[in-house]
Ligand binder design. Sequence first.
Ligand code: PEP
Length: 252
Amino acid sequence: MARKMMIAGNWKMNGLSTDGVNLAKEVAAAVKAKKRDCEFVVCPPFTILALVKKALRGAKVALGGQDCHFEEKGAHTGDISPLMLTDLGCSYVILGHSERRADHGESDELVCKKAVAAHKSGLKTIICIGETLQQRDEGKTIDVCSKQILGSVPECADAKNTVIAYEPVWAIGTGKTPTAQDVEDVHAAVRKVLAKKLGRAQANKMRILYGGSVKPNNAKELLALPDVDGALIGGASLKSADFMAIADNAGC
Ligand code: PEP
């Protein structure tokens, strides 16, 4: 089953106007020079989405938000609606990142509600799942990820509007990664759960990204795994050379 490789950057809470625009311009120029058909996405902070959109003009790099509310508008101080993201030119939104789950107490149920709203507004979702170190040590990785998939991925999800990102919490920003075999085992298990939930056809077409300390020097091994369809990249997406070296090593 051929699934288009995705290279997605999560800039998190990094980037002021000037450096964000410069980074976007560098990525845009590098992607324009690429021949292979991979999908590139960058997810800057809300504050510079419009500037980054402008800086990406003419390059096949999609824009994404890092979160959204489940309502279109209303009395939700400090929140951003899916419609606001589409209005700024976003086509993707990351949902259920472990930092949102930890810092803002986001549950599977809430992530699912947000995903439904995002899809309604025409956004594609990158839904994140992943186990903590304690859960891994207790041998609960597959159970935890399966539960997150069942609870966070809505019934309206399909391979066109949804991408899954498996991000072990203990691997994010730490320089540690699971072994390639562990990554493949989790991705294959996640695909099985997706098949139960959405049917085999959608599960086989749906992309499952790996995220957690992806760097140029480990990208080749991790992104060559059969059930790994790309990467969600945090720290290394803040340097265009590293971001593009990961893409190169993934064959993009
Ligand atoms: C992330 O936050 O989505 C992530 C994968 O971060 P890092 O690449 O820095 O581990």
